[in-house]
Design a protein around this ligand. Sequence first.
Ligand code: GDP
Ligand code: CA
Length: 320
Amino acid sequence: MTPSPRSEGRVVALAGGVGAARFLRGLVGAVDPARLTAIVNTGDDREFYGVWVSPDVDIVTYTLADIVDRERGYGLTGDTFHVVDALEALGHETWFRLGDRDFAHCQHRTLQMRAGTGLAAITDGLRRRYGVATRILPMSEDPCPTRVELSGGVSVHFEEYMVRDGAPDDVERVDLSAAAAARPAPGALEALREADSVLICPSNPVVSIGPILAIPGVRDAIAASGAPVVGISPIIGGAPVKGPADRLLRGIGAEVSARGVAGLYTGLAHGFVIDERDAAQASDVEALGLRARAVDTLMRDVSVAAQLAETALELAESLR
Ligand code: GDP
Ligand code: CA
């Protein structure tokens, strides 16, 4: 693909896991990756089996390095699971599946953290080692676990909600207080302030984008950049492509629709890309004050993702 002239500017993308990773794989075809920074949610991070796991950071890294296991949707292609299987045989709970090479990757991060290296530098070292040209920044170096509050006063870590419990639908509240008390990772606010365009990936707005926006200073840095901010809907035809965004949106009292997600980004985004199947909602999105575009957003392959990225960049350009 011929890079477009608008790829001259600095682009910052706010990213979760799978939806973001698919989109970013297209975006690196439309923008010089050296001008691209992904600021990634760490609200899902947790220690498992003695190692620090950063699911969203890792799926973005593995996807951009083209080593992700596409079928499983997480982890490394061709990975084995001897370590978790052996731990299970020893009586450990192993509902969080972590492949052997993935385990080593997380162990490396943990050892570096213990040696005093910050998560941002560790993440940067890892992505370089895998040959990823895009800068990948965790949103914070502080632990900021997202907690999901369910009926009956039950509160669980996001990974317990999602993986262990299979994303039940009795969500009453999402607790982002840890993110709201965390410090932004070194370089994150600078990257946002210097951005020429800010993109909000088609990620879960509640538990992937929500935590990033909850980090103190992030919203102000985006506003200070003066850059056009364009989001992409993760909801197509009233349902998420994958994952529990419907349950979480309902849990915070938002409509499960493209315009419902747009409503969460008012006051922040200037433009919003929705799926062509939802074209009838374009006027509702515009009534919220966001310029709308309706295109194919179902990223079946990298060419759809690249087209979608082009549309988002064009929309940003038109809002400059
Ligand atoms: P997670 O951390 O792995 O759950 O990943 P994200 O938060 O980045 O992505 C989850 C969201 O991505 C879900 O709400 C999906 O609907 C959305 N998503 C996944 N694939 C696609 C796609 O091809 N197109 C669009 N528009 N959204 C997608
Ligand atoms: Ca995630």
